[in-house]
Design a protein around this ligand. Structure first.
Ligand code: NDP
Length: 434
């Protein structure tokens, strides 16, 4: 078994791991409670806790009900069936440090389209009303918190007893193993890829499904949808549509190719994505702000532009690597560094690093439009409350940390070649500043 290393110092690692394990679950409930029952106002929730103390918190934490479990069960089963049965072309993922190459079936787009059509169809034909999901949201999040925790224990046990590939390892510490995960590519059987299911088909898909749910809830409550909600939903759907369009590119990213299946990535995608990532829409349900056509259009266009640039950064790198540098980047032959590295099995390999186009502006420029897009789909909430902006702030912190983790990992993988890249492209995220 490969020994797993952490990039931060042990003290920082333990502190952040324990904090996240204990604070994230109650935060999800607090966020939901404040958005749905306290007008999105932190001070209103604060007053409630001042009056009712810890018992008040226990009282507001919804118990997972049978309805919640049924909704989650049907949704998860539907997505699992689509993942397994829908046809798609065979795609090879990146070669892992141990020389293993995962193979995927690219059926994300049909799964996405079928999910949204089915959900809207169930509503339209009166079979299932999405407002039931909104009305049981607290119970659903509560069930997800506990259910996903148990699922992560399963991942931990599987990582120890029955890893699916050679890409599995232990840090020697039970908490770190549970948090960061042990297996890079866990599977059930040959073709059910657990991370594709948790990250894409459950997590990212739930983002689109819940965005529609919030829109429908506002429509059923008020008989119309405010332009703020329309802009928010259109941008979040555009982002998720882009994600599924490019899902085979996602299989080359850090989430899939470097982060192991544990609490961080799997619990994050099963719980944090549906609750926190969708939260600006959750807020707007009870705040049907009217922006006016002109402002609404400007915000929509700015958001679409950011989503497009973010997509184009990812596409540029993918095309560059996929064609082995034989492509045009911004109309010119790309500038590159040929970097060699050694796999954990001692094999020497070469790869190329793009140093022009978006990847010549800064080493993680794609995070800039990612954060700005989130800002633009939150902007329709205007500035009456801080909480709708929590996701943007969280995302900025996450991506700054991620850029550091990625730089550290690439420096240890590529050594002098990465140092050369840093000399050629000195800024980490924001060109000229950071
Ligand atoms: P990347 O897709 O940027 O993957 C980083 C990897 O790319 C590096 O580890 C390295 O891997 C390779 N690489 C780095 N620099 C170069 C270069 N110059 N040329 C060629 N290859 C290079 O990272 P992310 O997974 O963070 O981002 C993927 C997408 O997901 C982005 O659009 C991002 O914005 C989005 N994202 C969204 C999040 C959210 O919560 N909303 C969270 C995280 C990401 P190798 O070992 O192959 O060399």
């Amino acid at each position: 078994m490969e020994k797993l290393k952490t990039v931060h110092s042990p003290l920082v690692t333990y502190f952040s791991v324990i904090s996240l394990l204990t604070l994230c679950p109650p935060f999800v409930i607090l966020l939901w409670y404040t958005m749905v029952h306290a007008d999105g106002s932190i001070s209103q929730t604060w007053d409630y806790f001042n009056q009712h103390g810890l018992q008040g918190f226990i009282n507001i934490w919804p118990r997972p009900t049978a309805t919640a479990w049924k909704i989650i069960g049907c949704y998860a089963a539907f997505e699992a069936v689509l993942l397994l049965l829908l046809p798609g072309k065979r795609v090879e993922g990146p070669v892992s440090p141990t020389g293993h190459q995962p193979v995927y079936k690219a059926n994300g787009v049909p799964a996405y389209v079928l999910t949204l059509i089915t959900y809207l169809g169930l509503w339209w034909f009166g079979v299932f009303n999405p407002i039931i999901v909104y009305d049981h949201l607290g119970e659903i999040f509560s069930a997800l918190i506990f259910g996903s925790f148990i699922f992560c224990i399963f991942l931990y046990i599987k990582g120890h007893l029955a890893p699916s590939s050679t890409d599995s390892g232990s840090s020697g510490n039970i908490i770190i193993d549970f948090y960061w995960g042990m297996e890079l590519y866990p599977r059930i059987g040959k073709s059910f890829d657990i991370k594709v299911f948790t990250n894409s088909r459950f997590g990212m898909m739930s983002w689109a499904v819940l965005s529609l749910t919030y829109c429908i809830k506002q429509y059923e409550e008020n008989g119309k949808i405010a332009d703020s909600m329309l802009v928010n939903t259109a941008l979040m759907l555009a982002y998720v549509t882009k994600f599924f369009w490019w899902e085979d590119g996602y299989w080359n990213t850090m989430d899939m190719a470097h982060d192991r299946a544990g609490f961080y990535i799997c619990w994050g995608c099963l719980v944090w994505v549906p609750s926190v990532y969708t939260s600006p829409g959750m807020y707007l349900v009870n705040h049907p702000v009217n922006l006016g056509t002109q402002l609404a259009l400007y915000v929509l266009l700015a958001g679409i532009l950011c989503i497009y640039i973010n997509y184009d950064c990812d596409r540029q790198k993918q095309e560059f690597r996929g064609t082995n540098g034989k492509c045009l980047v911004w109309g010119k032959a790309p500038s590159k560094i040929v970097a060699s590295y050694t796999t954990t099995s001692g094999e020497s390999k070469n790869t190329i690093l793009l140093t022009s186009g978006w990847w010549g502006l800064s080493r993680h420029f794609h995070y800039v439009p990612e954060i700005l897009a989130a800002f633009f789909w939150t902007l329709p909430a205007l500035f009456n409350h801080f909480l709708p902006y929590f996701y943007v702030i969280f995302l900025a912190i996450l991506l700054v940390d991620r850029a550091k983790r990625d730089d550290d990992r690439c420096r240890s993988k590529y050594g002098k070649y990465w140092i050369l890249y840093c000399q050629k492209v000195p800024y980490r995220i924001v060109p000229g500043i950071f």
